[in-house]
Design a protein around this ligand. Structure first.
Ligand SMILES: Nc1ncnc2c1ncn2[C@@H]1O[C@H](COP(=O)(O)OP(=O)(O)O)[C@@H](O)[C@H]1O
Ligand SMILES: [Mg+2]
Length: 374
């Protein structure tokens, strides 16, 4: 259900929209800068009220896609449709969005009040209503009382909260955030992350946030769009992206991942260090090479050495667990395994120790040999 800004202010009955109604449909959008293709045939549907993150390494096209949605950049081909209206050729001022940029793009010569009121004045909203709306918005971002301050007198985090209030002032259907937290220090960033998330949930405004920070995307997004070199690698919930990465790139970009070179033995078995391992059914050619991906926390270590084994070459203490580096016996490959602190006592974990290694089939994913990783 969506609660609009209006309903917060005037207690109108809120517009009811479900998360399955499409808000924005991007179809086959390509954007070229000269001979360089920054966006390559992007298709994506964003649902009403959803919080979507565009996640990917620097230069993959996240900002270009956001700017195309806003009309600040024009796609070379493809169409955009917002709530059933073709917006493909509309100028930014005719589109329905509010935007927050990475660097504080507040008007330095205007007070906080006037920054937030800016879009409302442009729309000739009457003064009493502007006063009420600005007060409401500043309360929403916990900045009541800062009306007469100038941006220079505010911290980075406060400036971004003003920018957020300004972006929301005209009740846009779509909130666009381009790395809004990345210029802030870690503590402020973490705090503002939960504030933005709570605010978005409360208002129900469809939101797209660009970030290169996987933790930010995993903690904030309903769905993550992982991008690389102008294409979408995967769209999914944080859990899907983390547990079922669709490509070796996604597997390498999110979290920590071991990649092991294996030989494909059958449709459900691979060979690693002369040991036969069961894996989930796959379609890679039998007899060929492949990359087996498994997260350190999924690796189980035992004192019984049977099949796959390795020697402990490093132990890193990380509080709740220890990250162990193992040199695989019979292969020139290393493996990271996260051992919960209580298990390390049971294992008698120490450097130089040889341990049995179990790679659970359901936690291991197979990708073609030579797949691109980060
Ligand atoms: N105006 C432009 N002219 C030429 N190349 C551009 C322009 N804007 C972006 N690019 C290029 O497009 C690619 C994607 O840029 P961008 O969308 O800003 O990436 P991201 O936001 O993911 O870091 C980059 O290689 C960048 O250099
Ligand atoms: Mg960018």
């Amino acid at each position: 259900m969506q609660t609009t800004m209006t309903s917060l202010l005037t207690a109108d009955s809120p517009t009811v929209m479900t998360q399955t109604t499409p808000h924005l449909c991007i179809e086959a959008v390509t954007k070229c800068f000269g001979s360089f293709t920054a966006l390559d045939n992007i298709s994506l549907t964003i649902k009403e009220g959803e919080f979507v993150c565009f996640l990917g390494p620097s230069g993959c096209g996240k900002t270009t896609l956001l700017r195309t949605i806003a009309g600040l950049a024009r796609q070379t081909s493809g169409t955009l449709n917002q709530r059933g209206n073709d917006i493909s050729t509309l100028p930014p001022q005719a589109r329905d969005f509010g935007i927050v940029f990475q660097s504080y793009a507040l008007f330095p010569n205007l007070t906080v009040f006037n920054n937030v009121a800016y879009g409302l004045r442009n729309r000739r909203v009457d003064r009493a209503r502007i006063n009420a709306r600005v007060a409401e918005l500043l309360a929403l971002v916990n900045l009541s009382g800062s009306e007469q301050k100038y941006p220079a007198a505010l911290s980075g985090g406060q400036q971004q909260r003003v920018a957020l209030a300004r972006a929301l002032a005209t009740e846009p259907g779509l909130l666009l955030l381009d790395e809004p937290l990345s210029a802030l220090d870690a503590r402020v960033r973490g705090h503002l992350r939960s504030q933005i998330k709570a605010l978005q949930a409360r208002l129900g405004v469809t939101t797209i946030m660009v970030t290169h920070d996987q933790e930010e995307a995993l903690t904030m997004a309903d769905r993550i769009v992982v991008m690389n070199h102008g294409v979408i690698e995967q769209v999914g919930t944080p859990a899907e992206i983390y547990h079922q990465p669709a490509s070796a790139f996604v597997a390498s970009f999110i979290g920590t991942m071991n990649f092991l070179d294996v030989a494909v033995h059958s449709a459900e078995q691979v060979t690693l260090a002369a040991v036969r391992l069961t894996c989930l059914p796959h379609c890679l050619p039998v007899g060929g090479a492949a990359r087996l991906a498994v997260r350190p926390e999924a690796v189980a270590l035992t004192r019984q050495v049977g099949g796959l084994a390795g020697e402990v070459t490093d132990i890193e203490f990380l509080g709740a667990f220890q990250r162990v580096t193992l040199q695989l016996a019979g292969a020139n490959q290393t493996l990271l395994a996260d051992v919960p602190s209580r298990d390390s006592t049971t294992l008698g974990l120490h450097m130089g120790q040889t341990l049995g290694i179990h790679l659970p089939a359901e936690a291991a994913r197979l990708y073609p040999a030579g797949s691109n990783t980060l």
